[in-house]
Design a protein around this ligand. Structure first.
Ligand code: GLU
Length: 173
């Protein structure tokens, strides 16, 4: 069973909060872990394996920001791997998404998105979400409206959280 944590707050404290939160969720079981921290761009780090493997892979002292999300994955769509670990992003790298559960209609959504030029980096059902958000942003929606419009397109059972490169807000549904 996966775990999700989101945090917005004191500058330079985000990564510590996310990693402490992920450590506290380890008892639920998982196969990979990752974080995204927003600081005018998105710093994304993810690894197959334990949270300690993610921590070992982090660059020393260079991840700071004021909002972030973290995830421990229990894979349902795509094998455990670095590239299937969450967070997932849109084509431009402007939004990062973590997700718990299953998006039943992901294949139809993915087919439409790929037809419209989106490229995917993972096997997951989750990755449709950041691309749906990207489309909504391009059509003029603000961050909250884009997140809401993307979630409205999903069938299934899920918890989902997102951060944007240029915002201190964490969105969740
Ligand atoms: N279905 C998603 C995946 O396979 C999320 C799995 C989970 O709940 O961790 O990546």
């Amino acid at each position: 069973m996966c775990g999700i944590i989101g945090y917005t707050g004191e500058e330079n404290g985000v990564l510590d909060v996310l990693l402490t939160g992920l450590s506290g969720l380890e008892y639920r079981g998982y196969d990979s872990a990752g974080v995204a921290v927003a600081d005018s761009s998105l710093a994304i780090h993810k690894r197959e394996g334990e949270v300690s493997a993610l921590e070992d892979a982090l660059p020393d002292g260079s991840v700071s920001g004021e909002a972030g999300i973290g995830h421990t994955r229990w894979s349902t769509h795509g094998p455990p791997s670095d590239y299937n670990a969450h967070p997932h992003t849109d084509c431009s790298g402007h939004v990062a998404v973590v997700h718990n559960g299953i998006i039943e209609n992901y294949q139809a959504l993915r087919d439409d998105l790929e037809t419209n030029g989106h490229t995917f980096d993972s096997d997951t059902d989750t990755e449709v979400v950041p691309h749906l958000i990207e489309d909504a942003l391009e059509e003029g929606a603000d961050h909250e409206a884009a997140f809401r419009q993307a979630v409205d397109r999903l069938d299934g059972s899920y918890a989902v959280a997102a951060v944007f490169a240029t915002s201190e807000t964490v969105y969740a549904a």
